[in-house]
Design a protein. Structure first.
Length: 186
């Protein structure tokens, strides 16, 4: 691979994102939705100027509220390549979703959305505190009967709280499984 492969990958991801935003319409069954997710775990890779390194994409106890295409959510703990974050926030825009009802709940088969997240990698779980982390990405998830899976491509930008001049940025991708996930539409 030549030195320009990362730039070509960024251009392809930007073109794909613009295509998805311009051509897709959200198909929602309900105007309002509450999504609960108890656990997520997956594996991914982080690509930046320092090279490629693996990371474990994990999340515990997430709650997301949707109003038409807009979503706002938080989780108890989220693991990023930079470290752990307690009570991170995300704002998302639904690109496409197809709700599927089961019992009193509904699953999403699939659920595609663009996200902006603010995390504070505070190092409470591990001894690697960074500071504020911004995440911009696209996720595709599916869940039914409480279990699901997903994939994500994101651009992460972080700073270190001790070093003002420290900046780290790059692409992160992951695939993951989701447990005890459900939606309540009303």
């Amino acid at each position: 691979m030549g030195p320009g492969w990362l730039m070509r990958l960024r251009c392809v991801l930007l073109a794909l994102s613009l295509f998805l935003f311009s051509s897709a319409q959200a198909a929602t069954q309900k105007n309002y939705n509450v999504q609960l997710e108890l656990l997520r775990y997956g594996l991914g890779a982080r690509v930046n100027s320092g090279g490629t390194r693996p990371w474990g994409n994990a999340r515990l106890a997430a709650l997301t509220f949707s109003y038409y295409r807009l979503r706002f959510g938080a989780s108890l703990v989220d693991i990023l390549p930079e470290g752990s974050s307690i009570l991170p926030f995300e704002a998302d825009v639904t690109i496409y979703q197809r709700p599927k009802r089961y019992a009193w709940f509904q699953g999403m088969v699939p659920d595609v959305f663009a996200e902006v997240g603010y995390y504070y990698a505070n190092g409470f779980i591990e001894d690697n505190p960074y500071g504020p982390v911004w995440k911009f990405g696209v996720r595709c998830e599916a869940d039914y009967w409480g279990v699901g899976a997903g994939a994500e491509v994101a651009y992460l930008y972080s700073t270190h709280h001790d070093y003002v001049s420290y900046r780290e940025q790059g692409l992160a991708t992951s695939i993951y499984v989701r447990l005890l996930t459900t939606n309540f539409g009303f």
